[in-house]
Write a protein that binds this ligand. Structure first.
Ligand code: GAR
Length: 212
């Protein structure tokens, strides 16, 4: 059965674009992006969804506390018959209402090698500022399942790149997006949709196509 995918976004949506492009190349095996949900009406990601002909929704603003927002979000996801929720630059911290409704079925992309440079307040460009200030020689991206602890769920895929002399946060961000995030996220989504991710505690095993 094809899995319906919802992508949660807040900004530019380059990771959403990587998913849409992978879908156009038939690389999201057994999966279909059926909805894009944005925390902001201004997010350019909404344009990308529109261009690709995918239904786009803007989540309610401000008038709701995070928990009530999550209840509304889960309600919408159920109504849309979503099987996999992908957080692609979604800047709202999600609460248990979401991952309890979708156990091991919410995944997030984070622009560092978790457990470095992650957790509350560590998002977007801040991640790369912190990595450069610390002086690490490699950084990268992580795709992981979302659990109650921020950025601490079971790791699905990781990829590293070198940090080069003279890197600015923007330059490092771009290298990590191009070489890591835009590749890993579609791969992880495709593996999920093929039923090839087996989770035991913190450990995710990637099954061979014949094993599942
Ligand atoms: C991406 O680098 C993503 O990994 C990061 O925000 C950026 C969103 O870009 N997410 C986080 O930092 C989450 N903790 P995009 O809107 O162009 O995909």
């Amino acid at each position: 059965m094809t899995k319906n995918i919802a992508v949660l976004v807040s900004g530019g949506g380059t990771n959403l674009q990587a998913l849409l492009d992978a879908q156009a190349r038939s690389e999201l095996v057994n999966g279909r992006i059926t909805a894009v949900l944005s925390s902001s009406p201004e997010a350019y990601a909404l344009e990308r969804a529109k261009k690709a002909g995918v239904a786009a929704y803007v989540l309610p603003q401000n008038r709701l506390d995070t928990r009530s927002l999550m209840v509304e979000l889960v309600d919408l996801l159920h109504r849309l018959d979503i099987h996999l929720v992908v957080m692609a630059g979604f800047m709202t911290i999600v609460t248990e209402e979401l991952f309890q409704a979708y156990p091991n079925a919410v995944i997030n992309v984070h622009p560092s090698l978790i457990p470095s440079f992650c957790g509350k307040g560590c998002y977007g460009l801040h991640v790369h500022e912190k990595a450069l200030a610390y002086g690490v020689k490699v950084s990268g991206a992580t795709v992981h399942f979302v659990t109650e602890e921020c950025d601490a769920g079971p790791i699905i895929l990781q990829k590293a790149v070198e940090v080069l002399p003279g890197d600015t946060p923007e330059v490092l961000q771009r290298r990590i997006m191009e070489q890591c995030e835009w590749k890993l996220l579609p791969q992880a989504v495709s593996l999920f949709c093929q039923g090839r991710l087996q989770v035991k505690g913190r450990i995710v095993r990637i099954l061979d196509p014949v094993e599942k």
